[in-house]
Every structure is written in structure tokens, then in C-alpha cells.
Design a protein around this ligand. Structure first.
Ligand code: MN
Length: 343
């Protein structure tokens, strides 16, 4: 732990008040979690648990922050009178951090944050409005490819299908082991989707080669990447408090290897990461601590990419005071849907 521990900051690290290399953004958003409760308190619990994470990362070879400026931003305020307004406010909260001068590391909140997050990522200079360029790498127990859940298109269970609707070029799913027949058909049919099922990668007899092929796919990605980590992709024993813990998931070291693979892929750039479905566990802080470890690993690998000249700021430093930027994408979507309904 750092000598100068600052409460409320990720890893307890002090800030320099100026430029930002990594922004830790908190989205305590909970609307559609179907089973568990408590994702709204997840980000804050993760920040408290991060105080216990070792600052030394062996593959970076240094203690964090390794000369970089980490900034823990104030939580998203949760405002919005309707779901569409809330989703737009999430986009607006995130968008200023997608100027291309830092890594946004987002702590959620339920997986429904993904579509508004990608709507903000659209403005990153490497995406430049062309979502086709963007690959989403998803660690998750669930395929999240439902068309709707209980009538809601923006449910967490539809996060991946809404992302494909936004026009992303590719979706790579890892750890998937809970999905419907319709989702299985979707995976088979849509050429943009590559799924590594947990049944294959975790198989005691043939898992090793399936895992190797997963890492090869990640290392061969090109262009900008957003990494979305639903912590329920990890085995349920590591994250028992998350909304829907599922047995048979990734080990901590597999999650680590995925993070290492995407950040070291020679022809791609990770532009942002989210760690979502974090819930504060009360008997032991295991769930939020696991999330903090995973988030820390992503930060360390980003800093390693900078150190090795594989990441360059594509925009001038904008500093730490960045105001939310109004967006009305989701309100427009909702109003065109209601027009369709009445047509
Ligand atoms: Mn999930």
C-alpha cells in the first residue's frame, strides 16, 4: 500500500491535480438486474477494497502508478427521469474521457451500462464515429444477446445485442455458459460474433487447446478495442455476491491472461475497459476485491503498453475537470420505437 493513502481514490493513490493518464469512473447504475440486488453500491465498495490491492505488478515491473497520473472521478449522479434519459446521462458523463488522451476505466453498475458507454466511445479519435472499427471483448457468464428481457430492450441481458445494433465491427465473448436457444442461434448466425464457451475453455480434458485458440484470437485483433468485464464471467466462487454468480467460469489467472492478451496485441489498442456487475459482499470483501484486482491488472497493462511505446495519446491532455456532455441518442431511439409501436 502507498504511504500516502487517499480515501475515496482507487488504490488510495494521491492525485497531481493536473493531467490524467487513467480515469477511474464510477457508474452506480442499477435498473434491470434480474436476480441479485446491490450493483448500485458496487463501484464504491470496489474502491474501498482496492486499498488492499498490492501496487506492485510483476509484468509491469514497477509499483503503480509507475509515474502515471490516476484520477478517480466523482460518481455518476444517477440523474434522469426515464431510462432513456439515464442512458444518455451515462453517455454524457463518459464522453469527455474519450478524447484519446487517457484510458477510461469504468466501474459498474449493471451490464446495461455497455450501450451508453459504447455510444460515448464512438467519439474516441481511433473510432472517429465509425463503430465498424470497434471490437468489443466481453468476459461474461451470459451471452447478453437477448432481444429483450421482460419487455425491456436495454436490460443487462441485452447488452451485447444492443452493442451490435450500435454497429460495432466485432464481438468476442469469453466465459459464456448461460444462454438461451435464441442466443445460441444468434452466435451461430451473426458473423461478427465469436464466442469461446466456458464448456470448451474450462474442459478438464480439452480446455488447454480451446484456451490457446481464445488467446490467439485476442492477440490477432486489429483496431480499437473496448474490454467489458462482467465479473460473473469469473467462476462464481470468486464473485459470490454478483447479481447472478454462475459456476464453471474463468479462473482469476485466465481473466489475467485475457487482459494481458488484449493489451499486448500488436495491431490493436484498448481504448477503454469496464468492470461491471460489482456488488458489495458483506461477510467478506471477496467479490469487490476480485473486481479491484481485475481493474488494477487492466491499469497495469495499459501503463505497460505506454512504457513500451504501444500506446500514444492521440489528443492533447485536457486535464481533470471535464464536464458531462449532453447526448440524446437514447431519447431519440425511444421516441422512434414508440412511433413504430403506434404505427
Ligand atoms: Mn453476466
Amino acid at each position: 500500500m502507498s504511504e500516502e493513502y487517499v480515501e475515496g481514490n482507487f488504490l488510495g493513490l494521491p492525485e497531481n491535480g493536473g493531467e490524467v493518464d487513467v480515469a477511474i469512473l464510477q457508474l452506480p447504475y442499477e435498473l434491470t438486474t434480474s436476480y441479485g440486488q446491490g450493483t448500485a453500491g458496487g463501484p464504491a465498495a470496489c474502491i474501498i477494497a482496492s486499498a488492499q490491492v498490492e501496487l506492485f505488478d510483476a509484468s509491469l515491473g514497477e509499483d503503480l502508478p509507475a509515474g502515471a497520473a490516476l484520477f478517480t472521478a466523482p460518481e455518476w449522479d444517477g440523474e434522469g427521469n426515464s431510462l432513456a434519459e439515464q442512458l444518455d446521462n451515462i453517455s454524457g458523463y463518459l464522453k469527455p474521457w474519450y478524447a484519446g488522451d487517457c484510458l477510461p476505466l469504468i466501474l459498474g453498475g449493471e451490464h446495461g451500462i455497455l450501450p451508453p458507454l459504447l455510444n460515448a466511445a464512438k467519439h474516441h479519435p481511433l473510432v472517429d464515429g465509425n463503430m465498424q472499427r470497434l471490437t468489443v471483448v466481453q468476459i461474461d457468464a451470459h451471452a447478453d444477446l437477448r432481444e429483450q428481457l421482460d419487455g425491456e430492450k436495454y436490460s443487462h441481458a441485452c447488452a451485447a445485442s444492443r452493442s451490435l445494433d450500435l454497429g460495432i465491427g466485432q464481438l468476442v465473448q469469453i466465459g459464456i455458459r448461460a444462454y438461451s436457444k435464441q442466443e445460441a442461434n444468434y452466435i451461430e448466425k451473426d458473423e461478427r460474433v465469436t464466442t469461446f464457451f466456458a464448456r470448451d475453455t474450462q474442459s478438464p480434458s480439452t480446455g488447454e487447446s480451446a484456451w490457446r485458440s481464445c488467446l490467439d484470437t485476442l492477440e490477432n485483433l486489429t483496431g480499437p478495442i473496448h474490454l467489458t468485464i462482467d465479473i460473473d464471467g469469473l467462476d462464481g466462487s470468486l464473485v459470490p455476491a454478483t447479481g447472478t454468480p454462475v459456476p464453471g467460469g474463468l479462473s482469476f489467472w485466465q481473466a489475467t491472461e485475457v487482459i494481458e492478451a488484449v493489451f499486448s496485441a500488436p495491431n490493436s489498442t484498448v481504448i477503454s475497459v469496464d468492470v461491471n456487475e460489482i456488488v458489495a459482499q458483506e461477510d467478506t470483501p471477496l467479490t469487490q476485491f476480485t473486481a479491484a484486482m481485475v481493474a488494477t491488472k487492466a491499469i497495469a497493462m495499459h501503463l505497460k503498453a505506454r512504457k513500451e511505446g504501444r500506446w500514444e495519446a492521440v489528443a492533447k491532455q485536457a486535464g481533470r475537470i471535464r464536464m458531462p456532455q449532453i447526448s440524446d441518442y437514447f431519447r431519440q431511439q425511444k421516441s422512434s420505437e414508440s412511433r413504430e409501436d403506434t404505427a
